[in-house]
Ligand binder design. Sequence first.
Ligand code: ADP
Ligand code: MG
Length: 263
Amino acid sequence: MAGEERDLKVKIRGVTKIFDGRKGQVVALNGVDLDIYTNEFICVVGPSGCGKSTLLNIIAGLLDKTDGEVQVDGREVEGTGIDRGVVFQQYALFPWLTVKKNVLFGLKIQKKTPAEAEEIAMKYIRMVGLEKFADAYPKELSGGMKQRVAIARAYAVNPSLLLMDEPFGALDAQTRTQLQTELIKTWEEEKKTCFFITHDVEEAVLLATRVIVMSARPGRIKEIIPVNIPHPRDQETKMSPAFTELKNYIWNMVYREYLEVAE
Ligand SMILES: Nc1ncnc2c1ncn2[C@@H]1O[C@H](COP(=O)(O)OP(=O)(O)O)[C@@H](O)[C@H]1O
Ligand SMILES: [Mg+2]
């Protein structure tokens, strides 16, 4: 986007992560450089074990890096913070709290009046289509509904950056497409900066403003592909020739990386 002023949200330089595993050291990330700009929706794809989750957890502050530099909003990441909301594949809801109270939970540490907090919580519960279930408990919900609550909770805190690690990975195909559509709509409204990991290339192209392909171990960024498919997008977008072409291009690249690991 030449000439356009863009705010740098995440700056990653030379990030390396070495794990001490049982069979010796594992280089999970090797010199990763990446800039993420405000309002971007970044999708990360790559073969299993290439370091996607490791990178996300380092940005989240859940994991220490071995070397390198990670800044969010110009501040060095040191541990977790409410400026970064995280959604994992396994929705970690409090089983003893209702949907609304789960969403309100994250708002507690913020200085909001109960009425303000309630209003925010209900806004995001509506956004994910669960207003009728605001007083239900997690055990009364399907997997897809629980994941909706986890997403509502992450959004409600209004983090500067949303980090999502295969959030739809455990869901059936129909629920997955529904949640994709909701996530696109939400991004189109709020333009919240997202870093989203998926193993589904089609999902990546549908959601992303840029797709990052990671290479097989040791994890590096292989290529960054801009997705110049206009918004608003919906499931129909998947039918367009531009979409199919991009999807095939990225799929082939990921497949070649997968073969590297399989060999
Ligand atoms: N806590 C850990 N201890 C040792 N090795 C780990 C640990 N976490 C991840 N790894 C290794 O680091 C590599 C990258 O893992 P991960 O980031 O989970 O990959 P991905 O999310 O792309 O599937 C893998 O080889 C994995 O086995
Ligand atoms: Mg992972």
